[in-house]
Write a protein that binds this ligand. Structure first.
Ligand SMILES: N[C@@H](CCC(=O)N[C@@H](CS)C(=O)NCC(=O)O)C(=O)O
Length: 230
């Protein structure tokens, strides 16, 4: 098996992309070996195979696949003898729901709370692209102005974690006793934050923080060992 993962890299090489962390954890879950290709935002279009607009991109023995969900489906189908990411079709469809929930309730608010910190840690070649594309997405506001509101935004963000909090108070992982793809989807945006920003999203005594700790420890602490602020 020859697997290559194209993953965003910051100026110092650290891996921060929430969508790429989904794939990293999926590969670790399956016990597969892979090679990282650190990639800048401004290098995505040049990924071999061509036509990619986002990462992660996985090259599996010459088959080039974009989009983290498509990659997870590919891995599940291609390596059926490995530990399952979804635990069957019902688990897969529920993980899809978790992904939509995470994009709305985690990615979107976290983006605003760390967006200037992300910018400041990107390679100089990426910074003008990131600022222009993200300020457009933010309706013309500056990255700094949006991030300055993070203390105000934090209570609503934490309150919206209630469904996650109540779930992981009574079970170790989202699918029960063992981790599955749904956990990696939720881990992604928290990993994005802790790798790129010193701003603490969670109170230390939050059950979500305990769940996050369990995820960071998985597979020899793969996510915990990554360069991060805390
Ligand atoms: N649906 C895609 C989304 C991937 C995505 O948006 N990746 C971001 C990095 S986290 C990206 O590559 N953005 C490129 C850009 O903004 O130019 C997936 O799940 O893989």
């Amino acid at each position: 098996v020859s697997l290559t993962l194209y993953d965003l890299a910051a100026a110092d090489g650290r891996r921060f992309s929430p969508n790429c962390w989904r794939t990293t954890m999926a590969l670790a879950h399956m016990g597969l070996a892979w090679e990282f290709r650190p990639t800048l935002f401004t290098e995505i279009a040049a990924i071999p195979g061509g036509g990619q607009k986002t990462v992660p991109v996985l090259d599996d023995d010459g088959t080039v696949i974009g989009d983290s969900w498509t990659i997870a489906e590919h891995l599940e189908a291609r390596y059926p003898e490995r530990p399952s990411l979804f635990g069957g079709e019902t688990g897969k469809r529920l993980a899809w729901f978790v992904q939509q929930w995470a994009i709305a309730q985690l990615h979107t608010p976290i983006f605003g709370m760390i967006v200037a910190d992300i910018h400041d840690r990107l390679a100089p070649a990426d910074q003008p692209y990131f600022r222009a594309s993200r300020e457009k997405r933010l309706g013309g506001r500056t990255l700094e102005a949006v991030q300055a509101e993070r203390e105000t935004a934090l209570p609503a963000f934490r309150a919206a974690l209630a469904p996650l909090r109540l779930t992981v108070e009574s079970q170790a992982f989202l699918g029960g006793a063992a981790p599955s793809y749904a956990d990696y989807v939720v881990l992604g945006p928290f990993q994005w934050a802790r790798t790129m920003s010193p701003f603490r999203l969670l109170a230390e005594d939050d059950a979500v923080a305990a769940w996050l700790g369990r995820c960071l420890d998985l597979y020899d602490g793969r996510a915990r060992r990554a360069p991060a602020f805390y």
